[in-house]
Design a binder for this molecule. Structure first.
Ligand code: SF4
Ligand code: SF4
Ligand code: SF4
Length: 196
């Protein structure tokens, strides 16, 4: 083998080792990034809507007044019913927006006519106190599209959440922030998340 050929092999070897090293560095930084993300991503309080029995403590036990727990509407699941069990008091004769017909104690649930016989329901977060009355009503007569959840923009993310301590159903737990609002059993939770 001539010295020129030896030189070529050495050079080729050098490039190959260099490429291997850069692949290793690349993989290392991806793994490092994932570890850092997992470690640094904060956790938040969420309630499991399947465990919640709407006992009322979400309204009274939160350190925030009104509570950081609010009613959310899972639009994908809603039947847009005229006779909404979450909106009307049981036994209401007139299906109108009159305050005496409404189940919500603060009139936080708004009703908008879409087309016969469909109505859309929206929650005014500033008025909602998280009592869960509408959630119970919707679950009893509808398909459970009204649900209580910790509103992350309002929650102080207390280390020791006073609702978690008081909840009789043990429905509160900490989840990764990126996984919040994912406990509603929706077909497309991201679409719903954008409506918050
Ligand atoms: S305290 Fe627990 S059971 Fe009661 S409303 Fe809140 S999450 Fe539901
Ligand atoms: S009934 Fe209670 S939980 Fe439902 S919207 Fe009104 S205040 Fe909020
Ligand atoms: S973490 Fe604090 S602010 Fe958030 S829901 Fe619990 S008690 Fe309320």
């Amino acid at each position: 083998m001539s010295s020129e050929e030896k030189h070529k092999i050495t050079r080729r070897e050098f490039i190959r080792k260099g490429m291997q090293l850069s692949i290793l560095i690349g993989l290392g930084s991806i793994a490092g990034g994932l570890i850092t993300k997992t470690i640094s991503e904060k956790t938040v309080w969420q309630l499991d809507t399947k465990k919640c029995t709407q006992c009322g403590r979400c309204a009274t036990s939160c350190i925030k007044k009104p509570s950081a727990v609010k009613c959310f509407h899972a639009y994908d699941m809603c039947g847009y019913c005229d006779l909404c069990g979450g909106y009307f008091r049981p036994g209401t004769k007139d299906l109108t927006t009159a305050a005496e017909n409404q189940l919500c104690p603060t009139s936080a649930l708004k009703r908008k006519f879409i087309e016969e016989p469909f109505f859309e329901y929206e929650i005014d977060k500033e008025l909602c106190i998280g009592c869960g009355k509408c959630v119970k009503g919707c679950g009893a007569f509808g398909n459970g599209s009204l649900q209580l959840q910790v509103s992350q923009d309002l929650c102080d993310n207390c280390n020791d959440c006073s609702i978690a301590r008081d909840c009789p159903s043990n429905a509160f737990s900490r989840v990764l922030n990126s996984e919040s609002y994912l406990m509603l059993g929706l077909r497309d939770s991201n679409k719903w998340k954008n409506k918050i």
